[in-house]
Design a protein around this ligand. Structure first.
Ligand SMILES: [Fe+2]
Length: 333
């Protein structure tokens, strides 16, 4: 008998026809991971967020201190992969050199970014289940230092997604500058200061201590305003940003598609976003298909279907309006 089960793949069978890197190590969690917990966590309330964002996130953690993710062997393998991916950097109004979509070129990068041990570990830190972002260009983003010394790696901004890590692949202590920094305030405060031309209050800028390569910060990137400083002398700085979404479908999705059109080809970003939303909705619908609740009221069933419809409507609106949006950032400072 046919089961008609839908097989949902987090990563698609093929990408946008990108050439793979030549020498791709095999990712082995036992050898390449060295997961530790952060010592400190900053809450959304400490940044100044309150009831206005209730319902948009299942966790109160805004950002963590740095914690170890990769072993020494993992750092070596990741660096080897990132050096090959450096051949594919692109620019956008915020970042001089980044490689996006590396998961379509490197199985190592993809298998690390989707590794259940890694994702479960991050979920335990935030105390809510996470999923690797199925949008390949968002799942793993690489920043490389600009070729001009002193030029910032990335300007003040908040992210186009909900949760991400920022991990140093190169040793942050072997270069001058290149700090990752975040603003101890809300994104509205930063927007207001930027619009008024108010100088950034330096006492509210935090540069988390980065013990070495393979260490990361975990944050709610769409609520934590952050930047990456430039190097003050010649050197190498590579960071990997892994993107995640909340598995809890009661939390609405946040993807700033119009912003992604500046970083990726619009047709690629659109395909990934449509796929991401379809996957979220399919997971929710699959529950109704496979485990129907025969005691719920008609109203409850209608609520479930309406939630999926609302997410699809929001995605349709965004796909139809994303083109032409200006890139948002708050400059440097
Ligand atoms: Fe960011």
């Amino acid at each position: 008998m046919h089961q008609y089960d839908i097989q949902l793949k987090l990563h698609p069978d093929y990408g946008p026809n990108y050439e793979p890197i030549k020498d791709d190590p095999v990712f082995d969690p036992a050898r390449h991971l060295a997961l530790e917990h952060p010592e400190h966590m900053l809450s959304l309330a400490e940044l100044g967020y309150g009831d206005e964002i209730s319902g948009t996130t299942p966790t109160q953690v805004a950002a963590t201190s740095c914690f170890r993710v990769l072993s020494d062997e993992g750092v070596e393998a990741m660096y080897h992969v990132c050096k090959q991916l450096e051949a594919f950097t692109t620019s956008n109004p915020r970042v001089a050199r980044n490689t996006r979509g590396g998961v379509y070129r490197s199985a190592f990068l993809r298998d690390f970014s989707m590794c259940p041990d890694y994702v479960d570990h991050l979920s335990s830190i935030l105390d809510t289940p996470l999923l690797p972002l199925p949008m390949g260009h968002q799942m793993a983003h690489l920043n490389y230092q600009p070729l001009t010394v002193g030029k910032d790696v990335d300007k003040w901004h908040y992210d186009t997604l909900q949760v991400d890590t920022v991990m140093f692949v190169t040793d942050p202590n072997k270069v001058e500058g290149g700090e990752f920094q975040y603003f101890k305030g809300t994104r509205d405060e930063m927007a207001h200061m930027h619009a008024e031309g108010t100088p950034f209050p330096t006492d509210r800028i935090e540069s988390p201590k980065m013990p070495g390569p393979g260490y990361a910060v975990l944050m709610q990137g769409n609520y934590v305003v952050h930047q990456a400083k430039g190097l003050r002398a010649e050197g190498e700085r590579i960071t990997l940003v892994n993107g995640f979404s909340y598995a809890d479908t009661n939390t609405p999705d946040y993807t700033a598609l119009g912003q992604l059109f500046h970083a990726d080809k619009p047709e690629v970003a659109s395909a990934e976003y449509a796929r991401h939303v379809a996957l979220r909705c399919s997971r929710e619908l699959a529950q109704i298909v496979n485990t129907p609740n025969f005691t719920d009221s008609a109203h409850t069933h209608a609520e479930h279907l309406a939630r999926v419809r609302a997410e699809l409507t929001q995605a349709i609106d965004q796909l139809n309006s994303a083109a032409g949006e200006e890139m948002r950032h708050f400059g440097t400072g």
